[in-house]
Design a protein around this ligand. Structure first.
Ligand code: COA
Length: 170
């Protein structure tokens, strides 16, 4: 049986392995380690199958150049499922549960950088259509999900992820 829940103490080595195997390299695992160690993860969920962690998703704060002081933007990154558990709906469940928790936490909007064909399933739309820019020189792949009507009123400009996203690349 597959279960989803918040990351628990002791999950970190397994989470590292999920990202390393899913992405085929160390970058995302390093990113997760830096954000988690510095207690900057807003939402960190795992999928567990037979007592092993097989999937993980992380949400962290983003800032947007022009936004009201009370605006709370969140970035979904990264999400990964162990290769042999992919295409069984686990990634979708992690994303849906993560977004639900973002709504419960009363964040305003979630951004993601990924394949539009995949993320549009969850309601993400092209961020450029809201006047939102990104630091990664991508266009259609940078998407946003306003978490309620008019959540992006008065919000525009450059979206910045945590500095750990740059640091992880070094
Ligand atoms: C992306 C990922 C988390 C999806 O998890 P998953 O459990 O395989 O996803 P689901 O089973 O919920 O959905 C599978 C569907 O999404 C599609 N899909 C999966 N990964 C995709 C991707 N990177 N781009 C586009 N479509 C993708 C598949 O075509 C599949 O569609 P189908 O059901 O019509 O065949 C997983 O494939 C993964 O870990 N990939 C490597 C890491 C990665 O690229 N993460 C995303 C960027 S942060």
């Amino acid at each position: 049986m597959i279960e989803i829940g918040s990351e628990e103490p002791g999950d970190s080595a397994a989470i590292q392995e999920v990202h390393t195997k899913a992405f085929g390299g160390p970058l995302e695992a390093k990113l997760v380690r830096l954000i988690t160690e510095r207690k900057k993860a807003l939402i960190s969920l795992v999928t567990v199958s037979e007592d092993s962690v097989v999937g993980h998703i992380l949400f962290s704060r983003v800032t947007i150049a022009n936004s009201p002081a009370a605006f709370s933007g969140v970035g979904l990154a990264p999400v990964a499922v162990l290769p042999k558990f992919q295409r069984q709906g686990i990634g979708s469940k992690l994303i849906r549960e993560g977004l639900e928790r973002c709504r419960q936490a009363r964040y305003d909007a979630v951004v993601v950088l990924g394949d539009p064909a995949y993320y549009s399933r969850f309601g993400f739309v092209r961020a450029a259509d809201f006047g939102l820019q990104n630091e990664y020189c991508v266009h259609d792949e940078f998407m946003v999900l306003p978490l309620y009507d008019r959540a992006l009123g008065g919000v525009s400009g450059m979206v910045k992820y945590l500095p750990e996203f740059r640091e992880a690349e070094c």
